[in-house]
Each structure stands twice: as C-alpha cells, then as structure tokens.
Ligand binder design. Structure first.
Ligand code: UGA
Length: 428
C-alpha cells in the first residue's frame, strides 16, 4: 500500500520506518526541512535503538522517502497517518491541538478520492469526531502505545492494535496496513472514536497512577522505616498487580505521561467528570523531586550553597536522549538555583541538556562529573551507572555520599566501598 506519515518525530519517524518494514511504500512528511534532510540522509535526529538501521535499510530498498511537501504527501497516500505532537497548552493544562488540526486540514484539502486519514497522536476525547465532521474525508483513530527506547519493537510487535473506525471500509484498510502484525497474533480491538481515543489516555493514566502509587508507598516507607523495593517485589508477585511500572524513584517524566494525565483530567473536567485522583498522581510525582532536593540539602549539612554536586543522568529515562520534563534535570536545575555547583553526565542526552540548561556544568564521563564532588545523585538508571566501580570512584570524590534516585544501585557494594548511601523509599 502507499502510506504517508505526517510528522517525523519519535512517533512518526518510527511509524514510517516500521510501515516500510511491513512492506508498504511510505512517504514521511514534516514541515521541518532539517528533520527531513537528516532522515532522507539516513540520520535519525534523536536516540532510538534500531531505528537508524531500519530507516537506512528502507531508504536503500526504495520503500521509504521523506518530503516537506504536504501536497505531494496528500497525492501519494491511500492511507495517511497523522503523528504530530500534542504538547501541553501554554494557557491551561489541556492539549494543544494546533499541529493535529493543521495536519488534518492540509492533507484533507488535497487528499485523493477515498483516502483515509488516521490519527495516531494522543488527543483529548472528542477530537476524532470534530475532525471527521470538519473535513470531507474518512477519518479513523489508531492510537499508538510505543515506548521510547523500545519504539521499533513496540511498533512491529505491539501488545494490541486499536482501531477507532466508523465504517467497514476503514477497518478493512487498517487491517490491510497491519496485516503482518495481525497475522502474528496481535490482539485487535475495534471501537468507536471516543473509546479508541480513551484507550490511549486511560493507558497512560493507569501507568502514571501505578508509578505514583508505589512512590506514595515509598513516602510511607520513608516515614515508617520500610523498604519500598522489597515491598514492590512482594506486591508484584500478585499477578493481579504485576511487577511492571512498580519501580519507585524520582518519578516519571518525558513528553507523554506528565502532560497526558494533566490533559486527561482537564478534558474530563470539561465533560463534567472529576478525575481528581490524577491531580494527586501528578502531585505525588512532583513531591519525589522535592524529596531528592531535600535529601541533597540534608546530606550537605542543611544547604547546598557552594556544594559540588554530580548528577548522573539527564534523559527522562535510559535508552533515550529525550529530556522533556526530565526529573534529573529538574532536580539539577533546582540545586543550581540554590547555589550548588552542579555537574551533569548522561551517555546520550548531553547535547539536548546543554541546550535547555546552559548554566549547568557538563562532564564528558561519569568519572569526570564525580571528580571532587561533595555529593552524587543517581537520577537516570542507565546500565552504565550500575556498572560503575564504587571503590574506584570513592577516591575521586571529595566526600563519598550518594543518593540513588532510581532504586537500582547495589547498596551493599557502595556501602562496603565506604560510601554513605541513601535511596528513596528505603531506610537511611
Ligand atoms: C509512555 C508509555 O509507556 C507508552 O506506552 C506510551 O505510548 C508513551 O508514553 C506515549 O504516550 O507516547 P515513554 O514516555 O516512552 O512511554 O516512557 P515510559 O517507559 O512509560 O516511562 C515514563 C517515565 O516513567 C520515565 O521517566 C520512567 O523513568 C518512569 N518510570 C517507569 C518509573 O519511574 N517507574 C517505573 O516503574 C516505570
């Protein structure tokens, strides 16, 4: 089939390359000429394992091309996937639909007879209906559940496919697009527009709630002297609860969960439904960042003014260079504001961090960041940091004190090497 993918960010670039992998002829379109030039040259402008290889494979196979021309895209595709961003609005907690509206309008205006416009972006419930009513083209909604860092595998082997469709024809076209994925046994849920849109927001709200639940338990453990890692392990053995997304720490960040729960609560409010618990989920999440800042102050003797603090991690999670709403950088910036001398190291996110937080210090390695530090904060759980040798590092720092903000470092190893070791949700 001939497919277009509008928007070539994390979602769109991955979707375009994966659709080519499924055997389709794909044209990716973006208004940003730099992004298009990079992708057309086989360079993915962000860190996503396996994606560069896939893009280059299908540039070479001739099944994948990129353009800045919406008219070319509209004329090319039988099915158009809209993968543009829906950031938080500047004036409220709702989602900014400017890019989604513009993409639908641009494609709908020039689309060929019988084209199907498929939304993949995360949108407030009611958006698909509004777009279908506004444009003389058929619309479907096909939410995306990929995780950064696992984008390719999540797209090619998703847990489920969700089609929000209003006609048999739309369902047939989408079944054809995803034929190899469906043939591999992937469950398919077909739904009306509002339900399809809600699957996505509800899924992210559930995941955020799960993380904040365990982080609230971490707060209780801190007050009662318990250990949240052991608690989470024991809870996770109950299959009804499950161990995934039950890792306590400095909380969730990124371009999705934080903004999606706010937009969802906001949209529900417009519909007259109170999702007040999502505000608490958000509040618990932000309190974990406060907790790390408070621990840093405590460990530095009551204040961080003039203290040298090394921050390990800048990305919002490992295997990503995405720093959007990163807990690590939020904590680093706050300590800098409090007068600390903060040096950050991250294996992949340094360029993005430097651009967004130019006043922080940056090191070329974890060792360099730690040199002379009064305190180390471990805030993004890259495997490289777990592999660090606490014994060797103890001789580099000014004082061997570390806060594990992700609950994955081996406390016994660090303590045995002479470090004062603190972790969120665990006894001091
Ligand atoms: C999330 C969802 O997991 C995807 O299913 C969804 O498609 C995506 O948002 C989206 O809406 O596009 P992503 O933002 O890539 O994916 O990252 P996650 O792996 O969900 O992690 C989110 C945050 O939660 C990270 O900061 C991570 O460190 C944190 N986290 C995750 C925890 O603090 N504890 C956990 O147990 C798991």
């Amino acid at each position: 089939m001939r497919l277009t993918v509008i928007g070539t960010g994390y979602l769109g670039a991955t979707h375009a390359a994966c659709m080519a992998e499924l055997g389709h002829d794909v044209l990716g379109v973006d208004v940003d000429p730099d992004k298009v030039a990079a992708l057309a040259a086989g360079r993915v402008p962000f860190h996503e394992p396996g994606l560069g290889e896939l893009v280059r494979k299908h540039l070479a196979s001739g099944r994948l091309r990129f353009t800045t021309s919406c008219e070319e895209a509209a004329a090319f595709g039988q099915v158009h996937f809209v993968c543009v961003g829906t950031p938080q609005r500047k004036d409220s907690e709702g989602a900014d639909l400017t890019y989604v509206d513009a993409a639908f309008a641009a494609i709908a205006e020039h689309a060929s007879q019988g084209a199907l416009l498929v939304g993949k972006s995360t949108v407030p419930v009611g958006t698909a209906r509004r777009l279908a009513d506004a444009h003389a083209v058929e619309v479907a909604w096909n939410p995306e559940f990929l995780r950064e860092g696992f984008a390719v595998q999540d797209t090619l082997r998703p847990d489920r496919l969700v089609f929000g469709v209003e006609s048999e024809r739309a369902e047939t076209l989408l079944r054809e697009v995803y034929a190899p994925v469906l043939a591999a046994g992937t469950p398919l849920v077909t739904a009306d527009f509002p339900t399809a849109e809600l699957v996505k927001t509800a899924a992210n709200a559930f995941l955020a709630t799960k993380i904040s639940f365990i982080n609230a338990m971490a707060e209780v453990c801190e007050a009662a002297g318990g250990d949240v890692s052991v608690l989470a392990e024991a809870l996770g053995h109950d299959e009804r609860i499950g161990g995934k997304f039950l890792r306590a720490g400095v909380g969730f960040g990124g371009g999705c969960l934080p903004k999606d729960i706010r937009a969802f609560a906001h949209r529900a409010g417009e519909l007259g439904v109170s999702l007040g618990f999502l505000r608490e989920v958000d509040a618990i999440n932000m309190r974990r960042r406060d907790k790390v800042v408070a621990l840093a102050r405590e460990l530095c003797g009551g204040g961080v003014l003039g203290a040298r603090i090394a921050v390990l991690g800048a990305a919002f999670k490992p295997d990503s260079d995405d720093i959007r709403d990163s807990p690590a950088l939020n904590v680093a910036a706050r300590l800098k504001l409090d007068g600390a001398d903060v040096t950050v190291y991250d294996p992949e996110a340094m360029d993005n961090a430097r651009k967004a937080f130019p006043l922080l210090g940056y090191a070329v390695s974890a060792e360099e960041a730690l040199r002379g530090a009064d305190l180390v904060l471990h805030l993004t759980e890259w495997p490289q940091f777990r592999a660090l040798d606490p014994g060797r590092l103890a001789s580099l720092v000014s004082r061997p004190r570390i806060v594990d903000g992700r609950g994955v470092l081996d406390a016994d190893r660090w303590t045995a090497a002479g470090w004062q070791f603190r972790a969120l949700g665990k006894p001091a």
